[in-house]
Structure formats: C-alpha cells, structure tokens
Design a protein around this ligand. Structure first.
Ligand code: NI
Length: 135
C-alpha cells in the first residue's frame, strides 16, 4: 500500500554553473540564469509504502506531516536556495538537484515504519521531477 502526502513551499533560485562562462550559462539556463533569481511555488509529493498496521494505516499522517515539515519545509520555505541552503553552495539548484536534497533530508530524518519510496517535486505545472527508491 502506498500513501502520498502533498506539501507546498515557495523558494527562489538562480541557475548558474560556476564552471561555465556567463555566455554559456545564459545559453544553457535561459531566463533561469537572470542575475537576481526568481521564485517558484513548489509542490512536493512524498510517497511511503508498507502494509497497513493493525489500525489499518500505512503511516500515521500526523507523524509524516511533522517529519516532512521539520526535515524539509522549514529548511526550504521562503529561502533563496543558492544562498540560504548549504547543499547549494556547491550544486546548481535545479529541481533535479532539489529533489535529491529533499530525498537526503528525508532519509536522514526518517523514523516511520513505512518505507520512503518516492519524492516528486513540481517546479511548475509543466515540469515534475521524480526520485524513486531502487532507480
Ligand atoms: Ni526556476
């Protein structure tokens, strides 16, 4: 059985790779390379999996909510990812890399009996990125 819980947070970023020239960055990232950054309203879906327990629940939703809020949302919401989040001092804050950081935050904090199997993050309503366990 799987349960997916949805969370939302807002954050700003600028896509700019230190190893590239300004012209190359502009070509690669387009308007996402604009100097002063821009924001997104991210939608984060966290999926857990396991057999329902004796109470019929795959996970205690309050426990999952608290874990995700403390491990992820409090660290990212209303932040400028490039400057405020240590992981992006050395990695471009693409949504691919953001999904990886969120997965690592969750794994480090994970205390639930159900397994973390998927992290899905939508940057816009046109672009969604997925990490899945075992892939
Ligand atoms: Ni962007």
């Amino acid at each position: 059985m799987q349960l997916t819980s949805r969370f939302r947070f807002s954050a700003a970023h600028r896509l700019d790779a230190v190893e590239l020239t300004p012209v190359q960055n502009r070509e690669l990232y387009g308007k996402c390379n604009n100097p002063h950054g821009h924001g997104h309203d991210y939608v984060l879906d966290v999926t857990v999996e396991g057999p329902p327990d004796v109470s019929g629940l795959v996970a205690r939703r309050a426990a999952l909510d608290t874990l995700v809020r403390e491990a992820v949302i409090q660290k990212l919401d209303h932040r400028f990812l490039n400057k405020d989040v240590a992981e992006f001092a050395s990695a471009v804050p693409t949504t691919e890399n953001l999904a990886t950081v969120i997965r690592d935050y969750l794994k480090a904090a994970w205390t639930l009996p159900a397994k973390l199997v998927r992290v899905t993050i939508a940057e816009t309503d046109r672009n969604t990125f997925v990490w899945e366990a075992g892939k």
